[in-house]
Design a protein around this ligand. Structure first.
Ligand code: HEC
Ligand code: HEC
Ligand code: HEC
Ligand code: HEC
Length: 168
């Protein structure tokens, strides 16, 4: 009897553990879903700023004439995709190119207000935090170093895409 109870206890522990893992594994929701709360002038216009940036075109550009001159079938070339659309294996969000969640992490859990107002808790649920400018720069360099010959100046580039809240 005792053994049976232990087995039962163990399997309940396993179920709870697996359940927690599933519940906490965040997935990708796409730029429009972030934009629900990051769109207006008072919020900092993050969605429109991104839509106007080259990052929003990076996947589409793999279908351009320039891309075709560089390599056959760039759109399906994992090497090109690794910079131009790193989430290409994650469903529709892959179409968005260098989208919000490439830099900020998968948002299905942290997007809720209770996490968004508490960055430390959000970070435990998928949000990537940057501790200083160096951390931001090394994010950029992941793709902007050796970007088939294009030079990169961090300060200038960051000014082009920064999307802070007003007053920050
Ligand atoms: C339901 C509304 C809502 C959604 C959806 C949402 N956010 Fe937020 N987010 C907020 C609020 C509120 C804050 C707190 C700061 C503020 O007032 O803008 C915040 C803060 C942030 C911050 C700053 C964290 C810090 O360091 O203080 C980042 C980065 C962020 N959101 C990214 C995202 C991304 C990426 C998505 C989509 C995956 C997203 N948010 C979806 C409401 C939302
Ligand atoms: C290491 C990351 C990286 C890889 C790998 C990469 N790219 Fe790029 N690509 C970039 C960056 C960064 C830019 C933008 C540079 C800029 O404008 O400053 C860019 C720009 C482009 C552009 C637009 C500029 C133009 O000349 O029209 C095209 C098209 C392009 N890449 C195609 C490709 C193709 C095709 C591949 C695969 C053979 C590829 N890229 C691989 C990072 C990368
Ligand atoms: C996952 C890869 C990736 C990361 C990370 C990334 N970029 Fe890019 N970036 C690209 C690609 C690819 C392009 C080219 C898009 C195109 O034109 O097709 C690009 C284009 C740009 C451009 C437009 C080129 C120009 O000079 O007008 C700027 C500016 C830029 N990135 C800034 C940044 C900054 C700043 C960071 C860090 C905060 C960053 N990027 C992080 C991949 C990336
Ligand atoms: C190329 C990478 C990249 C992309 C794409 C990107 N962000 Fe960011 N975002 C950053 C970095 C880096 C910061 C600055 C973090 C810091 O200063 O601590 C930031 C800051 C923010 C902040 C906080 C602003 C503040 O003043 O505190 C919000 C909110 C945010 N991003 C939302 C978004 C949303 C929504 C999208 C897509 C529509 C997006 N970001 C796309 C890299 C990116």
């Amino acid at each position: 009897m005792k053994i049976k109870r232990n087995v039962l206890g163990l399997s309940i522990t396993t179920i709870v553990f697996v359940g927690l893992l599933l519940a906490q594994s965040p997935s990708y929701i796409g730029a429009k879903a972030c934009g629900l709360c990051h769109k207006t002038k008072s919020q900092g216009r993050q969605l429109p700023l991104w839509e106007e940036s080259a990052h929003a075109l990076s996947r589409a550009n793999l279908r351009s004439e320039n891309a075709k001159r560089m390599v056959e079938d760039a759109e399906r070339n994992p090497k090109c995709l690794s910079c131009h659309a790193p989430l290409f294996e994650k469903g529709p969000v892959g179409e968005e190119g260098v989208t919000c969640e490439v830099c900020h992490g998968p948002g299905s859990v942290y997007k809720s207000i209770r996490f968004m107002n508490n960055p430390q808790e959000a970070a435990k649920n998928g949000l990537i935090l940057f501790k200083d400018a160096e951390a931001v720069k090394s994010l950029c360099l992941r793709c902007h170093v050796n970007a088939h010959g294009f030079p990169f100046d961090f300060e200038t580039a960051w000014e082009k895409i920064r999307h802070n809240r007003p007053g920050k």
